[in-house]
Design a protein around this ligand. Structure first.
Ligand code: UDP
Length: 412
């Protein structure tokens, strides 16, 4: 009996945990390797951090490998990321060559692990070229795209597609991201761990410490957006919305972010944000270290309203985190935010800083709606976006992929 899985019984009920153990048993200790490009920073690392140990507890032989890259490589992969999310980018032949060479270097190191695995899950584009390099593979390879590729910049997509076509299956967070690919595509939205330091309950003294540390005024409403300093998260749009609200209400704003080792653009975006904030003492731009989970947890709990005004978003774990803390979320009407923010029920979807400002003012003038929507938001997360559902979908997907192999073997 695994204690770690049992710990979730109080939150999701014991039958869901029993079901997980049952499916895990059917998989009979298969070897699963996850590969991504950073151990810390961003949503993928956040998910793998709990998913790999829980897969092990469900009986799988699961491990997590991180590819290593040069600064040049991460410049290129950030361009690929931006291109896939629809921004026209200039990716030269040399850029793709760097992409291939770094994948080759990693393949040398990871070859024995990847060749023997029953299932390899490659997360996002950075390590996507490993499969074409693994000619001796024994298992099935799945590509898991975490970003919004509903309207990719075609030249980037065309090259990436030649790699993805070789995979046995792919996984996207929502139907809108699915692509014309010659294999089965699964839809699996992400989730959060309600017992992690990012999401566990905090006591008043922990909240007060964080409030005092950043000089936040307990008497005035607080707006919080947590995200990497990335232009798609639209931190400047958030400041514009805050300024419009500020004309009529004495709000404070926290923009909490940090950088990820695979995201070289963060520094420049942070500088832009600081410039736009113009040393306004009520705009708190916080550049946090990657392990500031409790601080982020506290900031989300101290908030009256959570913002996530992205213009593109694969899913937006920060939305889930805010909703789990019983807060309404005002989010960009895009990607995975649409799965979570049910307009007028768990928050509001907006397209412009003006729209965001309008909804912030409405909520601050109707305090009862803040608590009503927050309560609905928390239950919506319990039903749909906790790790137990996510783990179940991965395990059943592995079963399906394994069965496909068995059926093909029988047919031969
Ligand atoms: N996060 C963090 N520190 C930061 C910024 C973000 O720990 O400075 C976390 C955030 O709490 C969330 C994840 O990183 O768990 C971001 O995931 P999301 O899906 O919102 O966006 P991504 O960064 O993957 O685009």
């Amino acid at each position: 009996m695994s204690d770690r899985l049992s710990a979730y019984e109080g939150i999701v009920g014991s039958s869901r945990i029993t079901q997980l153990r049952r499916i895990g048993k059917k998989l009979g200790g298969i070897r699963v390797v996850h590969v991504n490009s950073t151990r810390q920073g961003g949503g993928v690392a956040e998910i793998l951090d709990w998913m790999v140990p829980l897969m092990r507890e469900a009986g799988l032989d699961a491990t997590w490998e991180v590819i290593e890259g040069t600064d040049d490589f991460f410049e290129v992969t950030k361009n690929i990321h931006n291109g896939l999310q629809g921004r026209p980018v200039d990716l030269s032949h040399r850029g793709w060559k760097i992409f291939q060479e770094v994948n080759e270097m990693n393949m040398e190191r990871l070859r024995p692990t990847l060749t023997d695995a029953d299932i390899v899950v490659i997360h996002d584009p950075q390590p996507a070229f490993l499969l074409p390099l693994c000619s001796e593979r024994k298992g099935k390879w799945v590509w898991r795209g975490h970003i919004d590729i509903s309207r990719p910049f075609r030249p980037v997509w065309k090259v990436l597609r030649t790699m993805l076509e070789k995979y046995d299956a792919s996984i996207f967070s929502m139907c809108e991201f699915a692509q014309a690919l010659p294999h089965t595509q699964y839809i699996v939205p992400p989730s959060i761990d309600p017992l992690s330091s990012k999401n566990r309950d905090l006591d008043m003294s922990e909240l007060e410490n964080v409030r005092a540390r950043f000089g936040l005024d307990p008497e005035r409403p607080l707006l919080v957006q947590v995200s990497r300093f990335d232009r798609f998260k639209d931190p400047v749009g958030v400041i514009q919305a805050y300024r419009m609200v500020r004309k009529v209400l004495p709000v404070q704003l926290v923009l909490a972010g940090g950088t990820a080792t695979d995201d070289p653009e963060g520094k420049a975006v942070l500088e832009d944000v600081m410039e736009v904030a113009e040393e306004d003492p009520d705009i708190h731009v916080l550049n946090l270290p990657p392990n500031a989970h409790e601080t982020i947890n506290a900031l989300q709990r101290l908030a009256d309203i959570i913002l996530q005004k992205s213009t593109r978003e694969g899913f937006g774990l920060t939305v889930t985190e805010g909703m789990w803390k019983g807060k309404p979320v005002i989010g960009g009407d895009t990607g995975g935010i649409r799965l979570q923010v049910v307009n007028h029920h768990t928050g509001f979807l907006v397209n412009t800083p003006e729209g965001a400002a309008h909804r912030i003012r409405y909520l601050l003038h109707h305090q009862n709606r803040i608590s009503e929507m927050g309560a609905v938001a928390r239950e919506f997360v319990r039903e749909n976006f906790l790790l137990t559902r996510h783990l179940r979908e991965y395990l059943t997907l592995f079963l399906a992929i394994r069965r496909e192999t068995d059926v093909r073997r029988l047919e031969v």
